[in-house]
Structures are given as C-alpha cells and as structure tokens.
Design a protein around this ligand. Structure first.
Ligand code: BTN
Length: 268
C-alpha cells in the first residue's frame, strides 16, 4: 500500500488543477461507482478514488475488469467540465493518450500505442483499459468520470487473456511505483482535457495520430451482418476512426468496438 501513500501532497506539488482529494480504498465494487456517488454528494472537480481491489470492476461493452488485490492501478477521476455534449467523448481519447504518455516514460515510446478509442497496448498486448462514464448537463458543468486500470505488477493472467494482456512488470526492468504512475497520468489528463473539451482535439490530434496503434491495420467494426471490415486510416480531428472498407468506402466510426480482423482477443 505504501506506493500509494501521500498522494494528496504529491498531487498538489504537481501544480495542476486535478488536486484530489484522493480516497484510497482497500476494497470497493468499482472506483467508477465511488466517483459517481461522490459526484452526487457534491465532490469537487479533481476528486480521485483508488482501490486495491474491486469486487465488480467494469470494462467497456459490459465486460468485467478483474485485478488481483494490491498489484495494479485501479482508479477513477471525477471531472466537472463545461463542454458541448458532442465533445464529451473526446475525454476518453485524452485519457488514452495520457496513459500512453505516462507508460512511455517507462517503456520505449515506439512500443506503446493507443488502440482507438482508449485502450493502451505495449507491442500489441493490452496493458491498460479505460472506462469513461458521463452525465451531461444542459446548463452548467457536466460530470465526467474517467476510470483507468493499468496492469503494473501482475505477471500471470487468466488463460483466456494470457496471450493478449501484459503488464509493466513484464515489459520493463524498472516498473514505476503505482503512485508515480497515477500522478503522471493525472498530470497528462490535466494538460489536455479542458482545452480539448472546450475547443476540440486541435493540437492533441498530432500526438494522438502518432500514438495510433490501429493505423494501417486490418480491423472490423460493428457486429454481425452490420460489421465493416477494412483498413484503419487514422483518427480524424473529431476523434472518429476512419475505416476504409473492403468496398472502398471510407467510413467514420464513432463508437463501439473495433477488433483486429481475424483476431478476436479477449483482452480487447
Ligand atoms: C476496458 O478495457 O474495457 C475498460 C476497463 C476499465 C477498468 C477500470 S479499473 C478502475 C475503474 N473502475 C472500474 O470499474 N472500471 C475502471
């Protein structure tokens, strides 16, 4: 637990606008639930909930997120932001880039990629997943909860994801402590999020494109008969994935899951 100590002080020394308070929990259902409850009780912008263990950790698309107690980083940040509703999903891209940049301090940058919209890969294996949940307001700031899981110390994974998941301990001889990693991620979110939500991806777009792990890959988007298979042609300035279908048509994918074509991996 000591690598998560003293985070309020360490955050305020980082000089950003995400300053806690930090709620460190031994166990909870999901840190996203804690953050959403906190929001209803009036918790301020920048509040953070971290757990050593979650009993009902959630992923995107109704998946679960499991993590052995005390090994990994599991946290949620509450943001109160004024933004046009169509811009709020950009917070997920900002979070993915924030995690990417923090991990690239530890693992060679060219090995670390964002898998649109917001998973992070090292050499094509998932090291981090992000779940953003928001409550939009017509007037006044919206509540955006960014929940982040990073595999830090886990060295063995359940059979169904062992070929598609990884951790910092497996990929780096000097994995960061979890507190240091959290502070780096939060600083990176803080660097970009208000600007992006107010004005769009703008300058962040170039950095995101450089980190894009899907560009040039064969992927499929959508399910069943509605699935489109083709080649990913990058993320556009609105944060959408451009997918050139095998029929030659360029589509802009705004939500849902994208799978590497022919490879459906459980950790995606
Ligand atoms: C995904 O890959 O589908 C997203 C996984 C998000 C997991 C994190 S762990 C902290 C926070 N609390 C949750 O219940 N989920 C997110």
């Amino acid at each position: 637990m000591n690598d998560l100590g003293d985070l309020d002080r360490r955050l305020s020394a980082s000089g950003g606008r995400i300053l806690g308070p930090v709620h460190l929990l031994r166990e909870t259902t999901s840190t996203n639930d804690e953050a959403k409850d906190g929001a209803k009780r009036g918790a301020p912008h920048g509040s953070i909930w971290i757990a050593e263990s979650q009993t009902a950790g959630r992923g995107r698309q109704g998946r679960t997120w499991t993590s052995p107690r005390g090994e990994n980083l599991l946290f949620s940040v509450l943001l109160r932001v004024t933004a046009r509703p169509e811009r709020v999903p950009l917070a997920a891209l900002v979070a993915g880039l924030a995690v990417h940049d923090a991990i690239a301090e530890t693992v060679a940058r060219d090995r670390v990629k964002v898998k649109w919209p917001n998973d992070v890969w090292i050499d094509g294996r998932k090291v981090s997943g992000i779940l953003v949940e928001s409550t939009l307001q017509r007037t006044g700031p919206s509540v955006v909860v960014i929940g982040i899981g990073v595999n830090v110390h886990t060295r063995s994974f359940p059979e169904e994801i062992e070929s598609s998941a990884t951790s910092l301990a497996l990929e780096s001889s000097t994995p960061p402590d979890r507190g240091e990693l959290l502070i780096d991620i939060v600083k990176n979110i803080d660097r970009d999020v208000e600007h992006v939500l107010a004005r769009g991806l703008g300058v962040v777009h170039a950095r995101l494109s450089e980190a894009d792990g899907l560009r040039g890959m064969r992927v499929s988007a959508g399910e069943g008969t509605a699935a489109v298979v083709g080649v990913a042609e990058g993320i556009d300035v609105d944060g959408k994935l451009q997918l050139r279908g095998d029929d030659g048509i360029l589509r802009r994918v705004s939500s849902g899951e994208v799978h590497l074509s022919g490879v459906r991996r459980m950790a995606e």
